[in-house]
Design a protein around this ligand. Structure first.
Ligand code: ARG
Length: 589
């Protein structure tokens, strides 16, 4: 909560207590009727019930008590009115608002620190599992959302002072590796291959093993057997498969770091399923010994059903009848590994929502198997899919999976064309670099502005538009402010003296002081789209302000100063928010 609002609440408590009202009801809330009030006191209804009075009577009484409330010797409200059936509507004094905004500007963190706004039991350290790329397969569009949302959540936690550990959790084990290894052998490529080679090898090997009825391709059973054999060898560290596999990992991870880097996504650890390959077997043995995993139709399973379950909850299979491990085994062993190596209070998995059953099974099984050092929160941010304009999963032109690389290139190219078409004056700056920033901002913002769980339609033209809730619109607002500052040539901002704000300035300041609440809301809901919505509205208000005011040519020095404060606070908040969203800002556009 903003410091001025908390000061008001402290004063309110004092007044309530003085007049015999229960002070737990002494707080102001953001008004849901902004045309009538900035803030409201909504608790008169509760008080009325308690003391058996009519709510409007209580509201009248409270309004009388509160109307002259002072904070830092300034009247807090210019309007304080009881309103039927029992609200108290409040309009903040501009003077106090300006002070509050100046307070924010004087602090590098805009006066927002996690320790002041987070609940007392908030976690100290969160481990984020996001990204989830698969080795030797190119990143596809499905990997975009989990990467950008995960990165934004990580930065939000850091912004609020919560320590994070980020792990990409690679899919680097299992049959896909055996397939790639055998195909590389057959093509005499084990000694030297590039990422481009790998990208063609996997689909080839997969087609060979599975065949394709539609194309009249028979499965190559001998090859399939060899791939299974190679996968087993990996599990037992047998050569040369293990060395080839390590080489595949290196080539793949080097490339992934570049791809994720382009999106401003960075991980502390490039661990994967294979990190726990040697502890999976003993872990399952222990589970069997303890009676937590039991035999069912030859396989070993853990029951994870709970009485309150509304949906079917099948047991979690940890060992197949042929002795092989599964996806769940590696996730369970990963939890064990993380518990051993890190001190974590909460786990946040940013993963496709279609994996919710799998993750729920794993979370429950880990608790049941006693893998956790202490009870802790597991949260699955269930990420929805990105669909094409036809509402179906996005496919490439040839009907195959859509590569992320293609998507990024498209966005950059289109942004460059837009810059060229609009004949933007870029002041000699590198237009390719600017187009890249705009393109990636468009992609990322298009994604982040949709609530994580929602499926959304991928529409690059819309995302690239300079109008509406888009990345370029937000960036353009910042570029506009930068150019105002350059034209005015300010180095430091003086204190604003005694200026009345017009409605639009008042409104911008009112929004500005809510920034901390917005971050808290995004944190509580694991939803960074809340931040997008907020900066969009703030930018929109700013742009109306810009069109209605002549900032640079304002002759009244007091007013001009006020306008500079408006520019500064919008600039600082939006920049702060974009650094959370991991979106880069061009100097011109
Ligand atoms: N590699 C997986 C996939 O592409 C995602 C991994 C998600 N994280 C996890 N701990 N299971 O589907």
């Amino acid at each position: 909560m903003n410091s001025i609002i908390s000061k008001i609440n402290i004063e309110l408590k004092r007044v309530f207590k003085e007049h015999g009202y229960d002070d737990t009801y002494a707080f102001i809330s953001i008004s849901n009727r902004p045309e009538l009030a900035d803030y409201q006191i909504n608790s008169c209804f509760n008080i009325a019930k308690l003391i058996k009075k009519n709510p409007i009577e209580v509201a009248n009484d409270v309004a009388e008590l509160v109307k002259d409330l002072k904070v830092d010797n300034i009247n807090a409200f210019v309007k304080c009115e009881a309103c039927p059936p029992g609200f108290v509507n409040l309009i903040l004094n501009d003077k106090l608002l300006i002070l509050s905004v100046e307070d924010m500007l004087s602090d590098i963190a805009l006066g927002i620190a996690g320790k002041d706004i987070l609940p007392v039991d908030a976690p100290k350290c969160i481990l984020l599992d996001y990204g989830g790329a698969n080795v030797a397969k190119p990143l596809h569009v499905g990997h975009l959302r989990v990467a950008v949302i995960g990165e934004a959540l990580k930065r939000l936690y850091n912004r609020l002072g919560i320590k994070t550990i980020s792990d990409v959790h690679l899919g680097d084990f299992g049959l896909q590796m055996g397939l790639v290894i055998e195909e590389l052998k057959d093509e005499n490529m084990v000694d030297s291959f590039s990422i481009t080679d790998l990208e063609t090898i996997y689909p080839k090997a997969s087609l060979r093993a599975k065949g394709d009825k539609n194309k009249n391709i028979e499965p190559d059973l001998e090859f399939n057997d060899r791939a299974h054999e190679a996968t087993k060898k990996l599990q037992n560290n047998i050569e040369p498969e293990t060395t080839i596999w390590k080489k595949i990992l290196k080539v793949s991870i080097d490339d992934l770091k570049i791809r994720y880097g382009e999106l401003n996504v960075f991980f502390d650890y490039y661990y994967g399923e294979s990190t726990v390959k040697d502890i999976m077997g003993p872990m399952v043995d222990t589970m069997i010994k303890k009676g937590i995993a039991y035999e069912s139709e030859g396989a070993y399973v853990i029951d994870v059903k709970e009485d309150t379950d509304k949906k079917e909850m099948p047991p979690c299979i940890v060992r197949k009848s042929d002795g092989a491990v599964l996806y769940a085994t590696s996730d369970l062993a990963t939890i064990m590994f993380r518990e051993e190596n890190f001190d974590v209070d909460e786990y946040v998995y940013v993963v496709d929502k279609r994996q919710n059953l799998h993750l729920t099974q794993c979370f429950r099984a880990s608790k049941k198997a006693g893998l956790l050092k202490k009870d802790k929160v597991f949260h699955h941010v269930e990420v929805g899919t990105m669909n094409g304009k036809d509402g179906k999963a996005l496919k490439s032109r040839d009907g195959g999976v859509f590569k992320l690389e293609t998507l990024i290139k498209d966005a950059k190219d289109k942004a460059l064309n837009q810059l060229k078409d609009n004949n933007r004056d870029l002041n000699g700056l590198d237009e390719n670099d600017i187009a890249k920033k705009i393109g990636i901002a468009a992609l990322k913002y298009g994604d982040l502005s949709n609530s994580p769980t929602r499926d959304y339609i991928f529409d690059l033209e819309k995302f690239l538009s300079f109008q509406g809730n888009t990345g370029p619109y937000i960036l353009y607002t910042l570029v506009r402010i930068k150019s105002i500052f350059e034209k005015i040539g300010i180095s430091k901002i003086d204190k604003v003296n005694d200026v009345k704000c017009d409605a639009i300035v008042h409104n911008i300041f009112l929004k500005a002081i809510k920034y901390g609440d917005i971050l808290l809301d995004a944190y509580k809901n694991y939803d960074t789209s809340i931040i997008c919505k907020y900066i969009y509205e703030l930018s929109d208000d700013f742009n109306s302000f810009y069109h209605e005011h002549s900032i640079i040519n304002e002759t009244d020095e007091h007013k001009k100063l006020l306008y500079i404060v408006v520019c500064s606070i919008v600039d600082r908040i939006v920049r702060d928010a974009l650094s959370i969203l991991a979106i880069e800002i061009p100097d011109k556009m």
